[in-house]
Design a binder for this molecule. Sequence first.
Ligand SMILES: C[S@@+](CC[C@H](N)C(=O)[O-])C[C@H]1O[C@@H](n2cnc3c(N)ncnc32)[C@H](O)[C@@H]1O
Length: 329
Amino acid sequence: MHNNPLPRLDEDSEVYQRLLKHCRLKAGDIWIDPISGHRVGCIDATDSQAITSLMGGQLATLAIHDPPYNLVAFETRSVEEYVAWCKKWVSTSLRHMTEDCSLYVWLGADQKNHYQPLPDFMVMMRDFQIQTRSFITVRNQRGYGTQKNWMAVRQELLYYVRGKPVFNVEAEYTDIPKALKGYYKEVGGEITENLQRSKSDTIRAGNVWLDIQQVFYRLQENVSGCYAQKPLKSIRRIIDASSRKSDVVVDFFAHSGTTLLAAEMAGRRCFTADIDPVFCEMAIRRLEHFRASGHTGWQNGHAFEQDIAMSSSTEKQAEPTVPIQATLI
Ligand SMILES: C[S@@+](CC[C@H](N)C(=O)[O-])C[C@H]1O[C@@H](n2cnc3c(N)ncnc32)[C@H](O)[C@@H]1O
């Protein structure tokens, strides 16, 4: 069987350097998609001028940001510095959004460090004229810290709004059948249980999402080389709930291009950025690959297959043994 994944690019500088030569964008460049009008910029999210160029005067109704977060970052950057850095790109994002808009931010909470940066980030967000709407938790299949602690299986997603943006409640229904009876209530003199009363056969996601499959190497949507890919289903749910057809969706941390691809599938335009040319290229190629093949990623291959051949030793090393998503970044 064909099996040719890339190693995690944050852990293999040699392969990273080889890929760099095949990237169409360099710092400051913006790719404009000739088919659906998406944009990908090789841009630092805190560079407000460059983001202004990316937006080209258009306003987004929805932002989905997934900033880098890792324990390694705290070796060089304090929580205060990290949160000050976040404030810059949140501020820039809001400047390029409509009066009625939704802002979603994925963030980590370090169990060994007072759940940072989540609490300080939440406090910082009070400085903006926005409202909190929901604190969503996505349950991962694989966790960490199983021996001496509760296994950590959660990913946090913060949902803020400004004004009165759209919320399509249908997007909240999952394909999980409504199975549990209970919650008795008297209707017309008769005791009924929830299954009799319900309008839908399936349950709503609510703000604890149990039906999202974590990305790992066996899934078609896997983009090898990436180490922080969000599941398409989770991003699609946000887009379907919080935007309308043809709206602009922004994501300043593209990485594998999940928001770009989900926006393409949902008929929205995505303006996205990544500071790293390799991930910009990865995102663009993922979109192109989807258009050419209908595939959402490369289950056993990778985005640069036509450009670089992996040596057999690299191939061996590249084969992941744990889900890529299991690492907090
Ligand atoms: C957590 S990943 C995003 C994952 C993405 N949601 C996905 O599903 O693939 C964070 C990305 O942010 C990028 N990044 C880091 N610092 C950045 C900055 N200052 N501006 C823009 N992108 C940055 C990294 O290169 C990385 O690709």
